[in-house]
Design a protein around this ligand. Structure first.
Ligand code: ZN
Length: 189
């Protein structure tokens, strides 16, 4: 099991002020673009979250934490050879307005490496054709049904295409409902 805790902090203006080694949380929200620690430090967190609904959730999360709440939720962060369940904990830092995001691996299930065109930043995705993916549970949208990648790939026939579609990361209805509930809980209401 990977034991690295992934930690990053933002200041009161949502600028990323520190990061620990691994960088998966951003890769999720980042449409597969490669992000290194040195390229994110000092930048605004929201530069790395393209999806509107996800931005909205992050704004709400930050507001809850700054108002004295705490938040903990689970999400998927897979790699081609491993399904990985992570737990995110978000807390206030000592600095005024500062917020810390801590991610730990809860479960890891090795699998036969998946060839996922583009999910890890493919070379030549087709910019015209979009494939929706949920950045929170890692499922793919197949004609309106959210599926695990193993089930989705044969249906999408991604491997047979000359150039894979561009994956856009958003949030599925199930994860949106779950996060909305978590957010309500975080207010103590
Ligand atoms: Zn989801």
């Amino acid at each position: 099991m990977t034991n690295d805790t992934i930690v990053y902090r933002v200041d009161a203006d949502d600028r990323i002020v520190s990061v620990s080694s691994a960088w998966d949380p951003f890769a999720i929200a980042n449409n597969g673009r490669e992000v290194t620690a040195s390229s994110v430090l000092g930048k605004n967190l929201f530069e790395f979250i393209g999806d509107r609904t996800t931005r909205h959730i992050y704004r709400q999360m930050l507001a809850r934490i700054r108002a004295g709440g705490n938040l903990r939720y689970r999400y998927r962060c897979d790699s081609p050879d491993c399904r990985r369940l992570m737990e995110m904990q978000i807390v206030a830092t000592a600095e005024k307005g500062g917020v810390e995001f801590r991610s730990v691996t809860v479960e890891e299930h090795p699998r036969t490496p998946m060839v996922v065109p583009q999910a890890d930043g493919a070379l030549d995705p087709d910019p015209e054709e979009l494939q929706r993916a949920c950045g929170w549970c890692n499922r793919l949208d197949v004609d309106g049904t959210w599926m695990e990648i193993e089930d989705a790939l044969p249906r999408l026939r991604l491997l047979e295409r000359a150039s894979p579609p561009t994956v856009t990361h958003g949030i599925c209805e199930d994860c949106l409902a779950r996060m909305t509930e978590e957010l309500e809980f975080a207010t103590g209401a």
